[in-house]
Ligand binder design. Structure first.
Ligand SMILES: NC(=O)c1ccc[n+]([C@@H]2O[C@H](COP(=O)([O-])OP(=O)(O)OC[C@H]3O[C@@H](n4cnc5c(N)ncnc54)[C@H](OP(=O)(O)O)[C@@H]3O)[C@@H](O)[C@H]2O)c1
Length: 269
């Protein structure tokens, strides 16, 4: 029973490989464009290819029974057709609600004829790393809405859920809206980063335009969309944490305080 991990050097895919091995999976194959650079564990078979270059996939899917599907909405229908033709029976995909950009992956998977599990996370803890340039430059974060709320989840927990779904029965046909364990405001997040760093950090409430200007220095054109959609949306959204990570993996979801304490290097020069 070969499990293929696509996007296997990606932020989540690479962790899926590790969690599959930790759960005792013995037949794991990893898809990467550059096997030499990928530095994958020795016991993993490495397949050369990429989900957006579908001509590379028939060989990668040969003999595969189940796969972790990294999100590539542009090519997902071809990817699934090739997987089905190769005899793959089950996919665990990283996707999102039907109406979202990532929802295209979920809809294609449901139409593919394969058995499936959707992983549909909200805010990632790792998104706070976008604050690093501001924190390093002057110990402050400049945003308009300190009370914006989310239930951020660690990418490692998403990967843990993926590995559990790929190695234990009963997950087919389920869509899991994964969250972290707690509701946190923007200032809660910054306070926990400050505690982890052992340094005071300031949240400076600024106008929407000023936030776009500050974030634009590192995000470029994406800053406007990020402020108007993600940050403003967090003010309107009713954030509710769930316990799916613990129910599926048997281990509680990582708290943001713990995540911050293991990622201090991301916020230092
Ligand atoms: N609900 C949500 O919020 C949601 C849902 C789904 C997805 N997402 C987004 O999806 C992302 C998933 O990230 P991920 O890092 O786990 O996986 P990923 O970005 O889908 O996969 C990245 C991997 O694809 C490979 N790749 C090959 N050619 C590439 C190219 N030209 N450009 C980019 N990548 C290339 C790279 O590996 P090799 O070089 O080894 O081939 C890379 O490690 C998240 O960061 C998030 O933004 C969000």
């Amino acid at each position: 029973m070969t499990i293929l991990v696509t996007g296997a050097t990606g932020n989540i895919g690479r962790k899926v490989v590790d969690h599959l091995l930790a759960r005792g999976a013995t037949d794991v194959r990893a898809l990467t464009t550059n096997p030499a650079r990928a530095a994958l564990p020795a016991q993993v078979q490495v397949a050369k290819g990429y989900l957006r270059r579908v001509e590379t996939l028939p060989a990668a899917f040969e003999g595969v029974t189940a796969a972790y599907l990294a999100p590539t909405p542009e090519t997902v229908e071809d990817v699934l057709r090739i997987a089905r033709e190769a005899g793959v029976g089950y996919v665990v995909d990283l996707s999102g609600e039907h109406e979202s950009w990532w929802g295209g992956v979920a809809k294609a998977v449901e139409a593919s004829g394969l058995d499936w599990t959707h992983l549909s996370p909200g805010d990632f803890m790792e998104n706070t790393v976008s604050w690093a340039p501001q924190i390093i430059a002057d110990g402050a974060v400049h945003e308009p809405w300190p009370e914006g709320r989310s239930t951020p989840i660690a990418m490692d927990d998403i990967a843990r859920v993926a590995a559990a779904a790929l190695t234990t029965p009963g997950h087919g046909g389920h869509s899991y809206p994964l969250t972290g364990p707690e509701v946190l405001t923007r200032t809660d997040l910054l306070d926990r980063i400050a505690a982890a760093l052992g340094t005071p950090l300031r949240f400076e409430t600024v106008s929407r335009d000023r936030a776009v200007e500050v974030l634009g220095r590192t995000m470029g054109d994406q800053a406007q969309w990020y402020v108007d959609t993600i940050l403003k949306g967090a003010m309107e959204w009713e954030a509710r944490p769930n316990t799916l990570v613990e129910e599926i993996t048997g281990t509680p979801a990582t708290t943001f305080a713990t995540w911050a304490s293991t990622h201090t290097a991301s916020f230092r020069p």
